[in-house]
Design a protein around this ligand. Structure first.
Ligand code: AMP
Ligand code: GLY
Length: 426
């Protein structure tokens, strides 16, 4: 079977790594891939948002199965395009991907079907948005409606910040068309967790719980990033809370989308805020999380092809997920300066030694091969992912490998997973 993976991050490296273990897979292609993926798959120079380029490649190569990593391909309609050409592809349609592509669509759907989330109002007019901000007061959250590479959410503790945020999105149009409409939403305190599941539109098979670390600095301080590390399971999601999320969030959302005429197939990712044993939805993503995919795929024992094909064929009910009971942790190594500007092109040392370590995989994100050496090319560069008998051991194992790897200005957090250790001891 010839498989194509779309994307170039750590998430896509983990997908390629998992597919490479399938006896059904004979060839793997990745568009566009990265320096690490190039060792396991044939990387092709087609961007994740180049719809025609992707379709032409898949038709020419007679690709049997395509897996999509990033939201941009999904919201541009890659699934509809491929299906229209008779190709098998895993992910939601363009209409269903609006769950991530439009926060207004998502919030209106949740409100209509009584799915727990923050109170909100949406505006296309800057003055009305500003008047609402004055009325409800800080803290509050301002969100651009459309995709903004993870930057369109502004958490405002002070009223002055909230006023600036509305102007940033609606007057200065910092996120372009994504800011045509804004959501102004109640600030929810609590602890976040990621709840990620496979669904064929009827059956929902949740992966184990996980938790990302979005802030750039230790102790969850500083600006938000794409994610500085993740671990699984996340003990903040107790078994009771797990049931609550399935009953009150996942099942009703999948049902609601079907009722609204956009049945959902693919990965469904709920970003949750948890407080006092109650979970509310902060966001939905229409794809695997990054970095969550790395620790989650390391715990999945099933052949990924079987699960993905069952989703496409609408018979996910025939699959049972086989999950490794051991915890996993992924520490992201980033370019110094990220999420703001950073220097690229520094050679990375220690990768050969790191590759020889048992139960640890170094997934690549922003890397490329230049003159035979692996160099950093992105903000998030590597995701060092380890599995062990308990979380503390998995953390130690991951950091032992992190300490083998180096490049100029490399940065990582030292406290990935520590929150869960504190929780277990208390
Ligand atoms: P999103 O892209 O919607 O997940 O938002 C990015 C981050 O902003 C989340 O992971 C939270 O840390 C924070 N956030 C979003 N909405 C809220 C909210 N209503 N209350 C508190 N924090 C929020
Ligand atoms: N880890 C956050 C995300 O994938 O959006």
């Amino acid at each position: 079977m010839k498989v194509l993976v779309i994307g170039s991050g750590g998430r896509e490296h983990a997908m390629v790594w998992k597919l490479a273990q399938s006896p059904q897979v004979t060839e793997i292609y990745c568009a566009p891939g990265n320096g690490g993926i190039a060792k396991m798959a044939q990387c092709i120079d087609v961007a994740a948002d180049d719809m025609e380029g992707l379709l032409t490649f898949a038709k020419d190569k007679a690709i049997d199965l395509t897996l999509v990593g990033p939201e941009v391909s999904l919201t541009l309609g890659v699934v509809d395009l491929f299906q229209g050409a008779g190709l098998r592809i895993f992910g939601p349609s363009k209409k269903a991907a609006a769950l991530e592509g439009s926060k207004v669509f998502m919030k209106d759907l949740l409100a209509k079907y009584d799915i727990p989330s923050a109170q909100y109002a949406s505006f296309t007019d800057r003055d009305q948005a500003m008047a609402y901000v004055e009325k409800i007061g800080a803290p509050l959250v301002v969100k651009a409606d459309g995709l903004a590479a993870g930057k369109g959410v502004l958490v405002c503790q002070e009223l002055s910040e909230a006023r600036d945020a509305v102007d940033l999105v609606m007057t200065q149009r910092a996120f372009g068309d994504a800011g045509d409409e804004v959501i102004i939403e109640e600030f929810l305190p609590g602890e976040e967790a990621s709840f990620i599941a496979f669904t064929d539109g009827h059956t929902i098979l949740p992966l184990p719980t996980s938790q990302d670390h979005k802030a750039v600095y230790e102790g969850d301080t500083g600006p938000n990033t794409g994610g500085m590390g993740a671990y699984s399971p996340a003990p903040v999601v107790t078994p009771e809370l797990h049931d609550q999320v399935m009953e009150q969030v996942m099942l009703p959302t999948v049902k609601a989308l079907a009722t609204e005429g956009c049945p959902y197939k693919g990965m469904l990712y709920a970003g949750l805020m948890i407080r006092d044993g109650v979970a509310k939805v902060l966001e939905f993503n229409c794809r695997f999380g990054d970095p969550e995919a790395q620790p989650l795929l390391m715990r999945l024992n099933n052949d990924l092809v079987d699960v993905v094909e069952a989703v496409i064929d609408g018979n996910l009910g025939s699959i049972t997920l086989d999950i490794d009971s051991r915890p996993t942790v992924c520490v992201v190594m980033a370019s110094g300066g990220y999420p703001a500007s950073y220097a690229k092109g520094y050679p990375i040392s220690g990768l050969d030694k790191a590759a020889g370590q048992e139960d640890v995989v170094v997934f690549h994100a922003g890397t490329a091969v230049e003159k035979g050496a692996i160099v950093n090319t992105g903000g998030r560069v590597l995701g060092v992912t380890a599995i062990d008998g308990d979380l503390e051991k998995a953390i130690d194992k991951a950091y032992a490998v992190v300490d083998m790897i180096h490049w100029q200005d490399c940065y990582f957090r030292r406290d990935i997973g520590k929150k869960a250790l504190g929780r277990k001891k208390s």
